[in-house]
Design a protein around this ligand. Structure first.
Ligand code: SF4
Length: 287
């Protein structure tokens, strides 16, 4: 099932420009965006992942990670294919670096998905594993019904989204975990094909909207583990709110970074100490 996308402009000669995320992809007929799941079909932009969750699990909410929102509950978790970033260390590259057509999945309507969530007894639904906001139309439709049924909606996102798109869905979102991968524009551009500034904007905006927010940083040896950079991350989070929990996560070699070492325990301890200088809640993950 193809669903016409929100947030795009029709240009000349059936070319379209997607405005969902800061890539602003310009697509000729039959071209697919950087996220792999938004396609120009004869002059209209379509989502290829609508109704196609490729991973469904019931997870402890702490696995998102969210430690300060509905603790000790389980969250009905779904993931769709694709991502608008391409981080070399991605821990979910089997989903994020593939397109929806590589997965042979049955269509699940938003209504049917919600029936499964209600049957599971989970009080929340998490849009997670890869980047959920590029599957905007499906997440939006599911989240709307979920809200009506009294379920909480949780996004686990890289935060690389345009303000207009985020503002439209914000009213349906109760909690969010945002990856702040680095505080260095070069790291974002060289390793993720993205930019830092829009992600900082997302963090500020969701906090302003009073959505519960927690931040995660995967600490990768030699890439984002200098005291200076960790200090910048912690200071930025504190500038938004010292009560925002910061999850410092241990890296394990994966995807294109199989030659890197696992994050040393001493590095994690250093990051924890730096975090605690500025923030009330700092947690170590993957240890
Ligand atoms: S959501 Fe996808 S198609 Fe749209 S601008 Fe971002 S990467 Fe490009």
């Amino acid at each position: 099932m193809l669903k016409e996308a929100q947030f795009y402009n029709k240009l000349k000669d059936k070319v379209v420009q997607c405005k969902l995320c800061p890539h602003f992809c310009v697509l000729n007929i039959n071209e697919i965006g950087k996220c792999r799941i938004r396609k120009n079909n004869n002059g209209k932009l379509y989502s290829l992942s609508y109704g196609k969750p490729v991973s469904i699990n019931i997870d402890p909410i702490e696995k998102k990670p969210l430690y300060h929102f509905l603790p000790k509950t389980f969250s009905f978790s779904i993931g769709m294919a694709g991502c608008n970033l391409s981080c070399g260390w991605c821990q979910n590259w089997n989903l994020s670096q593939k397109n929806a057509e590589e997965f042979d999945r049955d269509y699940v309507s938003p209504e049917d998905l919600i029936k499964h969530v209600l049957k599971s007894g989970c009080p929340s639904i998490s849009y997670t594993y890869s980047e959920p906001l590029i599957s905007y139309e499906y997440v939006f439709d599911v989240a709307k019904i979920a809200k009506k049924k009294g379920l909480k909606n949780i996004l686990v996102t890289n935060g690389f989204i345009n303000k207009e798109s985020l503002e439209k869905i914000a009213g349906f979102i109760d909690a969010i975990n945002i990856d702040l991968k680095s505080f260095n524009e070069k790291t974002y551009s060289n390793f993720c094909r993205a930019k830092l500034a829009p992600i900082l904007e997302t963090i500020r905006l969701v906090h302003k909207k009073r959505i519960h927010v927690e931040i995660t940083t995967l600490i990768i040896p030699g890439l984002n583990d200098s005291s200076e950079e960790l200090e910048k991350i912690a200071k930025f989070i504190a500038s938004v709110d010292i009560n925002i929990p910061w999850h410092i996560s241990r890296f394990f070699p994966n995807y294109k970074m199989l030659n890197k070492e696992i994050t040393h325990k001493e590095t994690l301890e250093k990051a924890y100490k730096i975090g605690k200088k500025y923030l009330k809640y700092v947690y170590l993950g993957n240890v």
